[in-house]
Design a protein around this ligand. Structure first.
Ligand code: AHR
Length: 644
């Protein structure tokens, strides 16, 4: 049988159109331990003793900690909220040391163990104060109110000391104690121990072991290896802080940005509706800073004055609105956010930004209001109030509305109807559907009205029945993404969701990236996102396919900065597909094109044992009057023609 003639592709530069320069970006939510125990590299779990049964049914203020009594040491602990370190951080642990022995104190297990790297420096800190341990409850008095010597240690599982520092707690007032410890050995499962060396009592709070090695060296910064794989995605934007975390599990669980900036001990941690606790160690300032460090546009999402419709363990009936009497204050909070991001340092919130280390503005341009909310009268009233206020005070900010959790249906229709009525700049769509859906709906945005609101595809992922990150799901997303590029004039942003999942602690799969305390597993879906984002453009060049082939999805973009032209080809068929293309009308190019191919078995997944089962292969292709390439069965091929 003679090989099939290549399918001729004709790129039409005369029909070029401008598309979003920030099309592919990141959706970040603290789900699956994505922040605490993930991107946020704090080593101490429950550092401020604020875990509770709200966070998780079996948790309390001491979760993550255990009492240490070694070699005759005798101690116990209690919980205190009489003299809080800050009203937002009300609980403290009181350590009662009866006999110091060879060790009386507390131990922290970290997040599946404390990861230490030999020679790395860790900033250790805690707040402490002396407590009165005299004959409380009529017991035998102990301790005489003298300063309490304390030692903190990083220890291996067997008790080997991998680094330590000593302190004296001398004051009945809260004082911060700090030291830097250099790890003597690497250990993925070390522990933190704090021991009192004399009889007496101390209150402790905000106990922290924080690596100095962070992404871009930021204090209180991000875990560098995880941040780097995000940076490698060259994100056009960073959406934060959710997801459902943004609107919360009830009105008091809404993510309120002012509670998340400033000194760490003054931030209001709270339960995370995904079944754990969020410390707010990564707060709004860190999100803005991280956006800047990634070269991504910041895209915060604030609650639309309502909490999640599934709040209170209801299925759709739990939406509550901020009381109307409180809406003015809430709206002011939203306006303050814009001032925090962009205001001059002479403004109230601009001054706070400067005090937090960033006098320059963060250049906020887009603001999400609401997250896949149920579009009810309660929602609509509050959304309109917020939108009107932002539009009036900050016409330069584009507000992004919401259209519920599905790709169609009553909320979808109502969200879009509202958008049309108020001439909203952009609408956030979400859908998690089967790979087949993505293949069948590649033309979804071809018919969207160009005179209406733009689209932010805020959350999407192809879900296999078993929620595995198969090559099949990744290629379905890739095919769909060629449609996003083709419609990049109306689809302004798109982000896969969720982004991160800590192995053993996921509430939601699939995710784009899995990780442990030390390692990272990239999925086929990650490779697709990376290939699209690293080879994005700002101009779309239509492609005519010379013949029928339902398995092929193709898009072509130009990056005006480099002048490079990039062609993305997805072959979702069972057979290899030869294609040819004449690049002569597209510009002047170097002699060789770079090619990346992601191919394999549709069911293939990356595992911890075989992390590169599905990974792009790089090759080259001579650039001549006719480019020819065979697209393997089940593959994504990206061909980059470098401008000369
Ligand atoms: O991405 C996970 C969740 O999916 C988000 O928190 C929510 O917005 C959606 O339902």
């Amino acid at each position: 049988m003679s090989p099939a003639a290549p399918l001729a592709l004709t790129v039409k530069p005369d029909e070029a159109k401008a598309i979003s320069p920030h099309l592919f970006g990141l959706f970040f939510e603290d789900i699956n331990w994505g922040a605490d125990g993930g991107l946020y590299p704090e080593r101490i779990r429950n550092r401020s003793f604020e875990f509770s049964a709200m966070s998780h049914p079996t948790w309390n203020n001491f979760t993550g900690w255990e009492l240490v009594e070694r070699g005759g040491g005798r101690a116990w602990w209690s919980l205190d909220q009489g003299i809080p370190l800050h009203p937002n951080n009300p609980h403290a642990l009181v350590l009662h040391v009866r006999e110091p022995g060879e060790g009386a104190g507390i131990r922290n297990e970290g997040f599946d163990g404390i990861v230490l790297e030999k020679g790395a420096k860790y900033d250790v800190s805690f707040f402490g104060r002396l407590t009165y341990m005299g004959a409380r409850w009529g017991g035998e008095p102990f301790g005489d109110g003298s300063p309490m010597p304390v030692v903190v240690r990083l220890e291996s599982e067997s008790g080997e000391v991998l680094g330590e520092a000593s302190f004296d707690i001398t004051s009945p007032e809260w004082e911060k104690h700090t030291a830097t410890i250099t790890a003597k050995k690497s250990d993925p499962k070390a522990h933190f121990v704090l021991l009192g060396k004399a009889p007496g009592g101390i209150a402790l709070d905000m106990i922290s072991v924080f690596p100095q090695d962070t992404f871009k060296g930021r204090p209180n910064g991000m875990r560098p290896d995880l941040a780097q794989v995000l940076a490698d995605l060259k994100p056009g934007f960073l959406r934060f802080p959710g997801g459902c975390v943004a609107h919360g599990h009830n009105l008091s669980n809404m993510y309120r940005w002012p509670d998340t900036i400033g000194p760490l001990e003054e931030r209001r941690g709270m339960f995370n509706l995904w079944g754990y606790h969020q410390s707010m160690g990564i707060g709004y300032h860190e999100y803005f800073q991280f956006s800047e460090d990634l070269g991504a546009e910041p895209l915060p999402v604030v609650p639309a004055g309502v909490c999640c419709q599934n709040a209170g363990h209801t299925k759709g009936g739990g939406q509550h609105g901020i009381p109307l009497d409180d809406m003015d204050a809430y709206i002011q909070e939203v306006l303050d956010l814009i001032e925090y991001a962009n205001g001059p340092v002479s403004s109230e919130w601009g001054a706070k930004r400067a005090a937090n280390g960033h006098p320059e503005p963060f250049n906020l341009k887009w603001l999400g209001v609401g997250n896949e909310d149920h579009i009810t009268p309660v929602f609509e009233q509050r959304f309109r109030m917020i939108y009107d206020a932002v539009k009036e005070k900050h016409p330069e900010i584009e507000v992004i509305g919401t259209s519920g959790p599905f790709w169609h249906g009553p909320d979808f229709d109502a969200g879009w109807k509202l958008a049309r009525e108020i001439d909203l700049p952009m609408v956030d769509e979400h859908y998690y559907v089967a790979p087949e859906w993505f293949l069948e709906n590649q033309e979804r945005y071809d018919s969207y009205d160009r005179n209406e609101s733009k689209v932010y595809l805020g959350e999407y992922a192809a879900h296999e029945p078993d929620r595995a990150n198969t090559l099949r799901s990744a290629l379905a997303e890739a095919a769909f993404m060629t449609g996003l590029e083709r419609n990049g004039d109306i689809v302004h942003f798109a982000s896969y969701a969720p982004l991160l999942g800590r192995e053993g602690h996921t509430q939601w799969r699939p995710d784009l990236i899995y990780f442990t305390g030390t390692d990272i597993l990239l999925t086929p879906n990650y490779h697709v996102q990376k290939l699209f984002a690293q080879h994005a453009g700002d101009t779309f060049l239509p492609v005519e396919v010379g013949g029928q082939n339902e398995a092929l999805s193709v898009s072509c973009v130009k990056d005006s900065q480099s002048g490079d032209v990039i062609i993305k080809l997805v072959n979702n068929g069972d057979a290899a597909l030869p294609v040819s293309l004449d690049p002569s009308k597209l510009g002047k190019f170097a002699r060789t094109a770079k090619v990346w191919t992601l191919a394999g078995d549709l069911k293939a997944v990356n595992t911890w044992e075989q992390p590169d089962q599905v990974a792009p292969q790089e090759s080259t292709l001579p650039i001549s009057a006719k480019l020819e390439r065979e697209l393997p069965a089940h593959s994504l091929t990206v061909i980059r023609l470098p401008a000369r």
